[in-house]
Design a protein around this ligand. Structure first.
Ligand SMILES: *Cc1c(COP(=O)(O)O)cnc(C)c1O
Length: 468
């Protein structure tokens, strides 16, 4: 392996050499020299890194050159681009989580292109608060006394802990010391807030008396955390929000719950398991509840805090709130999303809810429509057919739920699923599927009607490149 590795490293063309082989390529005309050099450097550097790490690498200048050309062949000067989500994961953090509905986008555009009353009280012409635009609708929807929004839920948790428990103790069950993706770990966030973690119970079982016995003069907060992305099953016990509130009330210690996803609607009628909604958690008496704007709520990235008036006011006055503050575009999209819930048509107009509650028949019909657009030659070459499968909610919500869904399965005859997956991923627009049992699955729960035409064009192009 090392001999092979050293040979690859030695044979790897230099940035200048590769640049010279690219001179005059028509696909690269008009590309600024600095951007071209940067991309060549990335391609060569990436290969060098792979070789050093003992992974498969190539030193073939022609292959590397075509990779550079491919990089620019999207014809788009943008790095951040729309993709076709064919993974079946409705809230995919790597693919941008929730999509905004048309009304939210319209509000966002309206507020982006005009001056607004962001921090102006129109009635008095005095300085207003940016939070005043969504706090009333949030309190109406959740039943809480007060509400505050910040940049994301991780920020909301940090801000709340810093406000309520800096220099003091926070009691958390060992079963809830979670890590969600992207470096968010409850013990670390707690440490950063300046609070001290007091763990109670065990991984699988925590009882009310565990919290009660741990409360002391240093205790500032009882924290309950939603185990968003996993489940402990079997011999388990946890303490409900209501029980925790009872303990907290008795000892005058506030209770906070980080709900993670936090849904405003009960999804049981659509076949989902029971999850407490935000209004239910508020009703149980929890003093402060935090949740994300772009998970099950289906809005823009935001962190939402609802709860007791005096506690929310303290959090709002924290200077850190200024650091984590929400921007006006997010506020505009969030307000529109929340108003959709209030007018009762969220299930139809909030794309996340529409995707999650769409009947299997409708998903299957969309997959069939796409398959029918493929000509017989393409279909045969891709060995494409419809399969019933299951997808995920994603975004650390409802982790054990298997959403029934329909996919176009591609068992391409001439090539393996991985190379087809790579070809589609590097196409225009990029199509992101998933591989299962050596087949490429394109899951239609997350493929939007507007994706069908570009998706079928991408499939035709990929099929045409397969060997006969
Ligand atoms: C997702 C999640 C967070 C972080 O929310 P972001 O909006 O992604 O910052 C925090 N806590 C829990 C339990 C979560 O599931």
């Amino acid at each position: 392996m090392t001999v092979e590795r050293d040979a690859t490293l030695r044979a790897l063309p230099s940035v200048d050499q590769l640049l010279r082989t690219l001179v005059g390529r028509p696909e690269l005309s008009g590309i600024p020299r600095a951007r071209l050099t940067e991309t060549v450097r990335e391609v060569v550097g990436g290969e060098r890194r792979r070789a050093r790490e003992g992974r498969a690498a190539t030193a073939d200048a022609a292959v590397l050159a075509s990779r550079v050309v491919e990089h620019f062949s999207s014809g788009s000067p943008f790095s951040l681009r729309p993709v076709v989500n064919a993974t079946g994961v409705v809230l995919h953090t790597n693919l941008g989580r929730a999509l905004l509905g048309p009304e939210a986008v319209a509000r966002l555009a309206a507020v982006a292109t005009a001056y607004s009353n962001l921090e102006l009280d129109l009635a008095t012409k005095e300085r207003g608060s940016r939070y005043s635009h969504v706090a009333p609708v949030l309190t109406r929807l959740t039943g809480a006394e007060a509400a505050l929004v910040v940049n994301n839920n991780a920020a909301a948790v940090l801000l709340a802990l810093e406000t309520l428990a800096r220099g003091k103790e926070v009691i958390v069950s060992r079963g809830e010391l979670i890590e969600i993706g992207g470096e968010f770990r409850i013990p670390d966030i707690l440490a950063r807030s300046g609070a001290r973690l007091r763990e109670v119970g065990t991984t699988n079982r925590t009882h009310p008396r565990d919290y009660a016995n741990a409360i002391g003069p240093e205790t500032a907060l009882l924290l309950k955390v939603h185990t968003s992305n996993y489940r402990v099953v079997g011999f388990t016990a946890d303490v409900s929000s209501r029980q925790l509130v009872e303990i907290g009330r008795e000892r005058s210690i506030p209770v906070m719950e980080d709900l993670g996803s936090g849904s405003l609607v009960d999804l049981r009628p659509f076949g989902f398991p029971y999850e407490p909604t935000v209004p239910e958690v508020v009703t149980s008496g929890v003093d402060l509840v935090s949740f994300s704007g772009d998970k099950l709520l289906g809005g823009p990235q935001a962190g939402i805090l609802v709860g007791r008036r005096d506690i929310v006011a303290r959090v709002q006055r924290n200077p850190l709130n200024r650091v984590l503050r929400i921007d006006k575009l997010t506020l505009a999209a969030l307000e529109a999303t929340l108003l959709a819930y209030e007018s009762g048509d969220a299930l139809a107009t909030v794309p996340t809810l529409a995707r999650l509650t769409e009947a299997l028949e409708a998903v299957t019909a969309r997959a069939r429509r796409a398959l029918a657009r493929l000509d017989p030659v393409t279909r045969r070459r891709l060995a494409a057919g419809i399969v019933k499968t299951s997808g995920q909610v994603g975004g650390g919500a409802l982790p054990v739920v298997e959403l029934p869904t329909a996919a176009i399965a591609i068992g391409a005859t001439g090539s393996d699923a991985r190379s087809l997956d790579a070809a589609l991923r590097n196409g225009v627009p990029p199509v992101i599927g998933r591989i299962a049992d050596d087949r490429l699955l394109l899951d239609f729960r997350t493929v939007l009607p507007a994706d069908i035409l570009p998706l079928t064009q991408a499939l035709k192009a990929a099929a045409a490149r397969l060997p006969e």
